[in-house]
Design a protein around this ligand. Structure first.
Ligand SMILES: [Ca+2]
Ligand SMILES: [Ca+2]
Length: 376
C-alpha cells in the first residue's frame, strides 16, 4: 500500500495561516466592541426611560398635592362662611378617602390627614429653649400608656433643647453620643423627622414602632385638634381612658365636630377628671388645624411613587408646602416584593435620607423651628 507523500509546509502557506488568524481576531474584537456598545446603549436607554417614568409619576404626585391644597383652601373658605369659626374634623370633605383616580397606565391615590391630630415632638421645648411642663407631662402619660420607661423623656428633651446639659440621669447630650461606636452629636434643635427618635438614647425599635403612629414633628409649636386626634393618642394622654372610650368621645362631636374645646371638656368622662388634669388638657387642645399631611401614591406601569407633603394652611389664600418627602420608586417596588416589615424598614431608610434634604430645605424657610408654642 502506497503511503501519502509528506509535503513540507511552504513559507507562503504559513503566511496565509497567520493572516487568517489575524483577520479572525480583528473580527472577534470588532464584534465584542459593538456588543459592548450595544449593551451600554441599551442600559442608557433603559436608564433614561426609567428617569422619564419617575419624572412623570412625580408630576402626578405633585398634581395630587396641588389638588389637595385646593380642597383645603375650599374648606377654609367654607369655614369662614360658616358663622361658627374655623372647625376641622374628620366629618369634613377634605378628610374623606377619594376613589383612585385613573391615569394612563395606572391610578393615583391621595389622602389628606390632619397632622394636629398627633403629638408634635417639637412642642416639648418652648421658645425660650426650656421644657414645656404640660407637654412633658403629656408625653410621660403617652410613654406610660405604651409601657415605655418615662425616663426616655429626658433624652428626648436633651436631643431638642439648645444646651449641652443633660436633663437628668437618663438624659443624653453630644458627649454621650460621641462615646458610641459610631459617634454623632445631639441635634440641639427642633426635630426634622419623627425617625430622629431612633437616634435617641434609650429608644428601641419596639418603642419606636409604638410611638411612630402617634407622633409628628412640625416647624412650630401647635395645639392638638380634638376633632382629629388619633383615639390611641387621646387614650394615652388621659390615664385610665380606653381606646374605645376615646373613640366614643371623639365621635360625640358629630355631625360637625366640636366647635369649641369647652364642648369637649364638659363631656362627662372628661369633666370628671381632677382639676389639674383638666387644666393641662385644655391648655393643649384646639378645634381647628393649620398643618395637614397629603399622602399621594402613583401606581403606574408597575412602579409605585409615594410623596408625602406637609401643608401649612394659614387661610384660604395662604397655603404652603413646608415639607416634602419622596419614597423612591425602586424602594417601593422592592418593598412590595419583600413584604411589610421590610417595606417599613425601607421606607424608614428613605425617610432618614430625605430628612437631610428636608433639613436643608427647612433651613431656607424663614418660619422654621421658631419653637413658639402658640397656635399659628
Ligand atoms: Ca374645616
Ligand atoms: Ca441639648
Amino acid at each position: 500500500m502506497a503511503s501519502r507523500p509528506d509535503y513540507p509546509q511552504t513559507q507562503a502557506s504559513k503566511h496565509r495561516g497567520v493572516a487568517l488568524i489575524t483577520v479572525l481576531m480583528v473580527v472577534a474584537i470588532a464584534v465584542s466592541v459593538s456588543t459592548l456598545m450595544l449593551v451600554r446603549q441599551q442600559r442608557a436607554i433603559s436608564r433614561t426611560a426609567s428617569l422619564l417614568e419617575g419624572e412623570q409619576s412625580l408630576q402626578y404626585n405633585l398634581a395630587a398635592e396641588d389638588f389637595s391644597m385646593e380642597i383645603l383652601a375650599e374648606d377654609a373658605r367654607s369655614d369662614a362662611n360658616s358663622g361658627h369659626g374655623a372647625v376641622d374634623s374628620n366629618f369634613e370633605m377634605w378628610a374623606t378617602q377619594w376613589p383612585p383616580f385613573p391615569i394612563d397606565g395606572g391610578v393615583v391615590r391621595a389622602r389628606i390627614t390632619d397632622e394636629q391630630g398627633l403629638f408634635n415632638l417639637n412642642n416639648l421645648i418652648n421658645s425660650n429653649g426650656q421644657p414645656d411642663t404640660e407637654e412633658v407631662s403629656l408625653l410621660q402619660n403617652i410613654l406610660n400608656a405604651n409601657q415605655i420607661p418615662p425616663g426616655l423623656v429626658q433624652a428626648i428633651l436633651d436631643w431638642i433643647d439648645p444646651d449641652n446639659d443633660p436633663s437628668g440621669p437618663m438624659g443624653a447630650e453630644s458627649d454621650w453620643y460621641m462615646r458610641l461606636e459610631h459617634p454623632y452629636r445631639a441635634a440641639n434643635t427642633g426635630m426634622a423627622a419623627v425617625s430622629e427618635l431612633r437616634l435617641i438614647r434609650g429608644m428601641t425599635e419596639a418603642y419606636y414602632q409604638k410611638l411612630k403612629p402617634l407622633m409628628t414633628v412640625l416647624p412650630q409649636g401647635t395645639l392638638i385638634n380634638i376633632n382629629t386626634i388619633r383615639p390611641q393618642l387621646l387614650a394615652a394622654m388621659i390615664p385610665g381612658l380606653s381606646v374605645a372610650q376615646a373613640q366614643t368621645l371623639i365621635a360625640a362631636g358629630a355631625p360637625n365636630g366640636y366647635e369649641r374645646t369647652d364642648s369637649f371638656m364638659t363631656q362627662p368622662a372628661i369633666a370628671a377628671l381632677p382639676q389639674q388634669q383638666l387644666d393641662a388638657l385644655s391648655a393643649v387642645l384646639t378645634v381647628n388645624s393649620s398643618y395637614f399631611r397629603v399622602s399621594s401614591e402613583v401606581d403606574k406601569d408597575q412602579h409605585l411613587t409615594v410623596l408625602r407633603s406637609i401643608i401649612r394652611r394659614r387661610s384660604a389664600t395662604d397655603l404652603q408646602v413646608c415639607y416634602r418627602e419622596q419614597v423612591l420608586p425602586q424602594l417601593s417596588q422592592a418593598a412590595a416584593e419583600t413584604g411589610t416589615d421590610n417595606a417599613a424598614m425601607l421606607s424608614s431608610i428613605a425617610t432618614m435620607s430625605n430628612s437631610m434634604n428636608s433639613m436643608k430645605e427647612n433651613a431656607l424657610n424663614a418660619h422654621v423651628f421658631s419653637s413658639g408654642n402658640s397656635q399659628p
